[in-house]
Design a protein around this ligand. Structure first.
Ligand code: ADP
Ligand code: MG
Length: 255
């Protein structure tokens, strides 16, 4: 009989049931559980496995540079990151409301970490998320344009995800054409879906990144900031601070 059960589970792709049914049946007999309880247990096992698989798939599709969580973030080490606001954002109402989140601050202060953490939360909620740096976005958009797939790339990769994370605005100055491409992405997502942006530059300095185009920069900021949560991070780089604390960077102790 167990052979037939395994055969049917394989044919129906019921992988967790195929894996667990015998153990759970023993357990049910031991605990004198009802047939209904047993059915519930094996269906729950199947459901849990599928949830986990779909989460793994969403994480893969999101193309995070590494997976970071809010639990791993040390708020004590991050001066000026308002914990309560981050916890509020982690509730993800901003995604429901199609609002944006913008992390500003110097390099190494946890902007990417926080952006990814919110992305991971969103995935746990079943949302499709996509992470891309501004530099990679430009490469991908230009490549897609060359290959005649611009509309397809825009639709699938940039407009499809419920949450788009655009990391490192400002590290690479964009030329006029790139600034136009970037603007187009922001304009298309405006009020359609949330964007999380990170930048080492204050808004006043964005113009220099966007090809010196003041009109385009202000039109873009207008859309981005219309429904936005801006988190300004101050303080020094977490990595530098760690290095200093472990004595790797001398010169801090009094002679
Ligand atoms: P940024 O994007 O602002 O340049 P990152 O988010 O990449 O900074 O942070 C640099 C490294 O330091 C990452 O490995 C990140 O996980 C870690 N980090 C930064 N701030 C914190 C923090 N407050 N608690 C724990 N890890 C942190
Ligand atoms: Mg970063």
């Amino acid at each position: 009989m167990s052979e037939r059960i395994e055969e049917l589970c394989a044919a129906l792709s019921l992988n967790a049931i195929g894996r667990d049914y015998a153990n759970l049946a023993d357990e049910a007999a031991r605990k004198k559980q009802s047939f209904t309880d047993y059915l519930k247990r094996i269906l729950e096992a199947e459901h849990a496995l599928r949830q986990e698989r779909s989460r793994q798939m969403l994480v893969k599709l999101a193309t995070f540079p590494s997976v970071k969580t809010l639990d791993e973030f040390d708020f004590k080490a991050a001066a000026g990151v308002p914990k309560a606001r981050l916890q509020e954002l982690a509730g993800l109402a901003f995604i429901e409301r199609r609002e944006n989140v913008i992390f500003l601050g110097p390099s190494g202060t946890g902007k990417t970490h926080l952006a990814i953490s919110l992305g991971v939360r969103a995935i746990e909620r079943g949302y499709k998320v996509r992470f891309i740096t501004a530099a990679d976005l430009m490469l991908q958009l230009e490549k897609a344009t060359r290959e005649g797939r611009y509309e397809q790339y825009l639709r699938r990769a940039l407009l499809g995800p419920r949450l788009l994370i655009l990391d490192e605005i400002g590290y690479m100055p964009l030329d006029k054409h790139q600034a136009d491409l970037f603007f187009h992405v922001v304009a298309k997502r405006y009020e359609q879906g949330s964007v999380i942006l990170t930048s080492n530059l204050s808004f006043g300095e964005w113009e220099t990144t966007f090809g010196g185009n003041a009109a385009l920069t202000s039109a873009m900021l207008d859309r981005l900031l219309h429904h936005a949560h801006v988190i300004q991070i101050r303080g020094e780089s977490y990595r530098l601070r760690e290095a200093r604390q472990s004595g790797l960077l001398g010169g801090q102790r009094a002679a």
